[in-house]
Design a protein around this ligand. Structure first.
Ligand code: BTN
Length: 325
């Protein structure tokens, strides 16, 4: 059975929505027999699709499996550019590595790489990112904004706002952001964002925004070393969360808020970021490579730099650190 044809058929039926498509019509469109169409339908059922075959009218998909195939994420996405091109991989070392390569090869603004499993998922500050098979959203988005390189860190904060809003929208949960872009429930982390830059003398060539969302892991799915500091949306909500709906909403929000940023600057995004912040107004410890500072996080600057006031009254600008609340 040709798997490409099977997936193309799924795509065709999904785009028809509720409307059944007859076996005869599919056979004509795909240039194969009706028996072959029927066999592809059985194949789709084995892959986890639920297919209603309405007598005399044809086939329609009533339920899709929980995977992030490009066409199922694109179906009903309705974005202008983010997600127009999606590379979906069953497995890769890191979607960041794949996205960097695609960006160097000229991939379009808004290209997305999604994997079901990452074997070497990477986090900020050279950490490893636990990326269990089919349990989360592991994706990297290539953006090509026309802004100077010093504005790149602001995109990290914009992405955090987008992911928080998407989580709220799809699950009703109320996550908080720990500077710069960890998404938390209480003290436990559910999402991390890693922004990497490709730039040259002409400025930013590409921003690679890596988003890792722990969606349906149960406690045992996490490595023992992170069980007391990690959580998932499923653990927080007590239900299984639809990864496809969430991935779509993240892409929509990412487009909405990056557009807002490009049109109106950082101010409206700064307000949104602060409204969801778990850091501002709190006593925090900022661990940096050369020193550790303790104080009150007073806010972020227009550049997204954390303002930390230490006990001696001095205000410090924190550009990169590990923050403990
Ligand atoms: C963090 O340390 O908080 C950032 C974690 C970012 C993880 C995501 S998962 C998709 C993308 N691919 C990676 O290897 N990392 C990012």
């Amino acid at each position: 059975m040709n798997i490409t044809v099977t997936l193309e058929l799924a795509k065709r039926l999904l785009s028809a929505g509720e409307e059944p498509v007859s076996g005869q019509q599919l056979a004509e469109e795909f240039g194969i027999s009706r028996t072959a169409i029927w066999k592809h339908m059985k194949e789709l059922e084995e892959m986890g699709y639920e297919i209603d075959s309405v007598r005399k009218k044809g086939y329609r998909i009533t339920k899709s499996p929980d995977n992030l195939e490009a066409f199922s994420v694109q179906n009903g996405l309705n974005t202008r550019k983010i997600g127009n091109h999606i590379t979906h991989l069953e497995q890769c070392a890191s979607t960041q590595i794949v996205a960097h390569k695609l960006a160097q090869e000229g991939a379009a603004d808004g290209t997305v790489v999604i994997a079901e499993l990452q074997t070497e998922g990477r986090g900020r500050l050279m950490r490893k990112w636990d990326s269990a098979h089919g349990k989360g959203i592991w994706m990297s988005v290539i953006l090509r904004p026309d802004v100077p390189p010093h504005q790149a860190p602001q995109f990290t904060l914009v992405a955090a706002v987008a992911v928080v809003r998407a989580i709220q929208q799809v699950t009703g949960l109320e996550p908080m952001i720990k500077w710069p872009n960890d998404i938390l429930f209480g003290a436990k982390k559910a999402t991390g964002i890693l922004t990497e830059l490709q730039s040259d003398a002409d400025g930013i060539q590409a921003l690679i925004i890596g988003i890792g969302v722990n969606v349906n892991q149960q406690l045992d799915d996490f490595d023992a070393s992170v069980q007391d500091i990690a959580t998932s949306l499923s653990l927080e909500s007590g239900t299984i969360v639809n990864r496809r709906e969430l991935a779509q909403e993240i892409l929509r929000c990412l487009e909405r808020y990056t557009d807002m940023y490009i049109e109106h600057g950082f101010s409206p995004l700064k307000q949104l970021w602060e409204a969801h912040s778990a850091t501002i107004g709190k006593a925090v410890r900022a661990r940096m490579s050369k020193e550790t500072l303790e104080g009150i996080a007073e806010g972020i600057t227009e550049d997204g730099v954390l303002q930390l006031r230490t006990a001696d009254g001095k205000l410090h600008g924190i550009y990169s650190a590990d923050i403990e609340l």
